[in-house]
Ligand binder design. Structure first.
Ligand code: NAD
Ligand code: TYD
Length: 339
């Protein structure tokens, strides 16, 4: 079995590669990644010498490079993690989100049509459903809900999902889609909530909470997401969408306070800043389908996962300090400087 993992030098893709090489030592895993600001080759150092692993630097929008790789590797399965993934960046500049997240998906699926594959899996997000009101705790995202996006990021992901389903219906491409809630864990890029708060707290810098901090996200440990994708590509039904989430809703402010507590830092570092434009209020996944059909359940409780995550950032300072000392400083100044 040969699997092409796109975006494997990013947060979830790298964790997926580690999981797959460990769970299936006989599989060949080929990572295709453009190494944008969010991709980091050093993340893949632990598997660089594995004889069943290959890294290829390429853009999923580059038809020639993608088709060449398919010719060389004759993959059985494609798992597409490659994306522009940060909502705040999409609000500043949507175009690259449309290019990578929509066109890139089409290029990958065109290669699948031409060369033939057993499965194309699209890694999507719960953000395609839009948001839920805070005063309706009985409401959850189900797979049959209409797509109702808020940000350029989520709109680009929803567009890609529609294209994936269209390639299934029109060309019979064997596809699956997973829509997961917010992930956390090792190798999470420091622009995102949890790693940003950990890095800032460790540097005794202000902890910028958007709006009133009452927005709710449904957090899942990254390894549990990887195990869900593993199950879907092996046992999921073609043409189906699977929601992935662990019933772990938390308010942003409570996450930030927990990070302070875990690191022994004062809550006085918390600073309320201007809200995100179009800020989604609440995400909450109903994972009944993946549980009933594939037996998936999250294994890591949030209380344990956050401890493991904080420990990882403490033990791997070089990884994130290298990132935040570079171009990231310009990004941080632009986004937070006068917020
Ligand atoms: P990330 O930003 O950490 O990593 C993205 C990776 O894709 C990087 O390695 C980057 O170099 C690569 N990439 C970007 N553009 C590319 C291109 N044109 N060609 C090839 N490679 C390219 O993202 P992540 O958090 O690991 O998310 C991975 C996927 O999971 C995304 O599709 C995202 O929408 C989805 N997702 C993320 C979350 C989350 O909480 N992080 C939740 C649900 C779904
Ligand atoms: P983020 O990690 O960007 O994920 P997403 O927007 O995809 O859910 O943000 C998680 C939540 O944290 C979101 O409600 C925005 C909020 N947030 C802050 O309050 N401050 C920050 O500095 C960041 C990055 C996010």
């Amino acid at each position: 079995m040969t699997i092409i993992v796109t975006g494997g030098a990013g947060f979830i893709g790298s964790n997926f590669i580690f999981h797959m090489l460990k769970a299936y030592p006989e599989y060949r895993i080929v990572c295709l990644d453009k190494l944008t600001y969010a991709g980091n080759l050093s993340t893949l150092a632990p598997v660089a010498d594995n004889k069943n692993f290959r890294f290829v630097k390429a853009d999923i929008c580059d038809r020639t490079a993608v088709f060449k790789l398919f010719e060389e590797e004759k993959p059985d399965v494609i798992v597409n993690f490659a994306a522009e993934s940060h909502v705040d960046r999409s609000i500043e500049d949507p175009e690259i989100f449309l290019r990578t997240n929509i066109l890139g998906t089409a290029v990958l699926m065109d290669a699948c049509r031409k060369y033939g594959i057993k499965r194309y899996h699209q890694v999507s997000t719960d953000e395609v459903y839009g948001d839920l009101p805070l005063d309706r705790p009985d409401m959850f995202f189900t797979e049959t809900m209409p797509l109702h996006t808020s940000s350029p990021y989520s709109s680009s992901k929803a567009s890609a999902d529609l294209l994936v389903l269209a390639y299934h219906r029109t060309y019979g491409l064997p596809v699956t889609i997973s829509r997961c809630s917010n992930n956390y864990g090792p190798y999470h890029f420091p622009e995102k909530l949890i790693p940003l708060m950990i890095a800032n707290a460790l540097n005794d810098k202000p902890l910028p909470v958007y709006g009133n901090g009452e927005n709710v996200r449904d957090w899942l440990y990254v390894e549990d997401h990887c195990k869900a994708i593993d199950l879907i590509i092996h046992k999921g039904r073609e043409g189906e969408v699977y929601n992935v989430g662990g019933h772990n809703e938390m308010r942003n402010i409570d996450i930030v306070k927990l990070v302070c507590k875990e690191l022994g830092k004062p809550e006085s570092l918390i600073t309320y800043v201007a809200d995100r434009k179009g800020h989604d209020m609440r995400y909450a996944i109903d994972p009944t389908k993946i549980h009933n059909e594939l037996g998936w359940l999250p294994e890591t409780k949030f209380a344990d996962g956050i401890k493991k995550t904080v420990k990882w950032y403490l033990e791997n300072r070089a990884w994130w300090e290298t990132i935040i000392s570079g171009e990231y400083q310009n990004y941080y100044e632009k986004m937070y400087g006068s917020r």
